[in-house]
Design a protein around this ligand. Structure first.
Ligand code: DNO
Length: 387
């Protein structure tokens, strides 16, 4: 696989010169300064590409070219937004940037409740606490009938939390779930929003009554509209699985499991309609056999996210080691079947002072560097097996 790294643009504290020194070959980035829904002009695309190439690296993957909410819920302006999307794709194609990651998660991109959950060795990592998430849903958002979506054991844990929760704890949850994890991925809520919860409720309302089938129809509509442009310019679209891979906050989610992946690949049977194999997101659902999914979908995968989660008995989940045997299996599959496919690591621990640097949640420097070293080692070993 091609060793890539998610870099957040010229303002990123982790510079391209640093990345060259640690074995990174390709860059994964986005035009983060362009607001969601606006066209990426050829000039802006070429400027970013030249910046990366001037550092002897290449722009391997766009992550993400964000899909506007209105395209997802089928709003009145969706056709205009799809036209903008197609123009951006065409400009990327002209510039020769041909792998585009996106997601089709309504309102909330990836979800975590804790960003610095302490590990026994002194490092820390991301963590999803199901009871804290339920607290956010039932007590902070106050979503109607939200309790129905949680099992008794989770509601019991949630009640214990509720008994001791204070204002600072509530603020921390809001910050972690809908602000700090969302802004930097061009999500709906940014650090500058003064009333994030109110804004979030308004967004949720846009999806009221919407089913998985409705969302599927909108994804199909979007993919059918953009495939001709992808065909003309040789662009591979790769959807990121839902993280975690299940329905949350009453929202439909449609990239959660084997059947979902099969559905969207068959709904628009075009070689340019593909998958971002995020082993981490898929593994956050105990229903997914991630190594088996890798084998099944390797051919339709255009981008790999190398990390893996461990689901705990109470439904919480945490990031596991990049040397987890399941991840070794996944890396082996892609290294054998898709040797040149771009791969990046993420959600590695905060370590050796990473926590003081203000990096985006999940995107530490030392932690990711160690993870990339681990995955590179697995790749090297797999290549020895090939001989
Ligand atoms: C989180 C990321 C996601 C991902 C988007 C792709 O760490 O994996 O935010 O970039 O869902 O559209």
């Amino acid at each position: 696989m091609e060793k890539t790294w998610r870099w957040f643009g010229p303002g990123d504290k982790i510079t391209l010169d640093m990345l060259r020194q640690i074995g990174v070959e390709g860059i994964v980035t986005s035009l983060h300064h362009i607001p969601n829904g606006e066209v990426w002009s050829l000039a802006e695309v070429e400027k970013m590409k030249a910046f990366i190439e001037n550092h002897d690296l290449r722009w391997s993957v766009v992550e993400s070219l964000p899909v506007s909410e209105s395209i997802k819920y089928g709003g009145a302006d969706r056709d205009a937004l799809i036209e903008n999307y197609k123009t951006s794709l065409e400009n990327l194609g002209r510039a020769g940037v041909k792998t585009v990651c996106y997601n089709f998660m309504p309102v909330l991109d990836w979800a975590r409740t804790e960003l610095e959950y302490p590990n026994a060795d002194g490092t820390s990592n991301l963590y999803f606490n199901k009871a804290e998430f339920a607290y956010f849903d039932c007590h902070i958002l106050g979503r109607k009938n939200a309790e129905k979506d949680y099992d008794d054991a989770t509601l019991e844990r949630m009640q214990k939390l509720a008994d001791s929760m204070d204002e600072a704890g509530r603020r921390r949850l809001v910050d972690n779930i809908i602000v700090k994890t969302q802004g930097f991925v061009n999500g709906n809520i940014s650090e500058n929003d003064l009333k994030p919860v109110e804004k979030f409720r308004e967004l949720l309302a846009l999806y009221e009554g919407m089913t998985r089938d409705d969302l599927r129809a909108n994804m199909k509509y979007f993919l059918e509209a953009i495939m001709p442009v992808c065909g003309r310019w040789g662009i591979n679209m790769c959807v990121h699985p839902d993280d975690p891979p299940r329905q949350i906050l009453g929202l439909p989610r449609i990239v959660t499991c084997d059947e979902d992946i099969e559905w969207f690949l068959n709904a628009v049977p075009d070689e340019h309609n593909g998958l971002t194999f995020c082993a981490g997101s898929l593994s956050a659902g105990a229903h997914n056999d991630v190594p088996a999914l890798a084998r099944k979908y390797a051919r339709r995968t255009h981008f790999v996210h190398a990390r893996i989660c461990e689901v705990l008995p109470d439904g919480d989940f945490r990031e596991s080691s990049h040397l987890d045997p399941r991840l070794i299996d996944v890396v082996r599959t892609f290294e054998r079947e898709r040797p040149g496919v771009p791969m990046r690591v993420d959600h590695a621990p905060l370590m050796l002072g990473d926590d003081k640097m203000g990096y985006n949640a999940g995107y530490s420097f030392h932690g990711r560097m160690l993870a990339l070293g681990m995955v590179s080692g697995i790749m090297a070993a797999v290549n020895t097996e090939k001989l």
